[in-house]
Design a protein around this ligand. Structure first.
Ligand code: 3PY
Ligand code: MG
Length: 257
């Protein structure tokens, strides 16, 4: 998929990539994100309602509108990861990784031989239901991104070993869970959270690992971009829609009353 190649090229050049989390189950929202110029969408199975049959429609929407479909898996188990990839996700993002062992396990179930031991089936959507020649498919499939979320205190203590895991493409920082684990739930711009994100970013930079973060303000996006974070997940479809509706209602009242 050319979007995956373009995405990787941007990261290799030190550029930023942008995309929202998606919690809606209608592919139209994914298409809107694609047509508006975002680089990727994160289809959220951890906090959103989508199941696997809905997920494949969202992935089709991403392909139709030329945006890279990444799936945040509901956990880091084998089925959560490999089913998302079987349906055509070009990357998986596993939540709540606390140790190098957990990180290695995600890589193991996300990659085929020789990089891992992902369960093999070539009669899946990702292999065009067997139309893709098998050797091409296994090789292409191993190009999918492995993104791991660190968002707990334990992960901070284990960071160096997590960063050394082979097959990790992007280390993603979840500021909301991180804020809770640091004792200031929801306060994502609290100095202790900002300091922790800064430290993680620096540590990852030293290890040569690309970082990502969630932000829901332009100020946070600018701050973290300046710190060197490249994978910027900006807000959530439902939040973006709510914000737009609120502004429209406010404007209508102001202009018509
Ligand atoms: C967090 O902030 O905890 C995330 O997982 C990002 O959505
Ligand atoms: Mg989280």
């Amino acid at each position: 998929m050319k979007q995956l190649k373009a995405f990787k090229e941007k990261l290799a050049k030190g550029e930023a990539v942008y995309g929202p989390f998606m919690k809606t189950v209608d592919a139209a929202f994914v298409e809107c994100a694609g047509y508006s110029g975002f680089d990727f969408v994160i289809l959220d199975m951890e906090h959103g309602p989508v199941g696997f049959s809905g997920l494949q429609q969202l992935i089709r929407g991403a392909e139709a509108s030329g945006i890279l479909p990444i799936v945040r898996t509901y956990d880091s188990s084998e089925t959560a990861v490999s089913k998302a990839l079987d349906l055509g996700a070009k990357g998986i993002q596993a939540p709540q990784i606390q140790s190098a062992e957990e990180a290695e396990e995600v890589v193991r179930v996300a990659k085929y031989f020789p990089d891992g031991e992902r369960g093999v089936c070539r009669f899946v959507r990702a292999a065009n239901y067997s139309s893709t020649p098998r050797n091409d498919y296994f090789k292409e499939a191993n190009e999918a991104l492995v993104i791991l979320q660190v968002e707990g205190r334990q992960a901070l203590d284990q960071l160096d070993s997590i960063l050394s895991v082979k097959g990790l493409d992007i280390l993603f920082i979840g500021p909301y869970d991180l804020s809770q684990s640091l004792g200031v739930p929801g306060q994502v711009s609290h100095p202790v959270v900002v300091e922790a994100i800064g430290k993680i970013t620096e540590q990852a930079k030293k290890a040569g690992v690309v970082t990502g973060v969630f932000c829901d303000t332009f100020e946070a996006a600018a701050l973290w971009r300046k710190a060197g974070i490249q994978y910027l997940s900006y807000s959530v479809d439902v939040g973006i829609y709510t914000e737009a509706c609120t502004q429209i209602v406010r404007q209508l009242h102001a202009n018509t009353e």
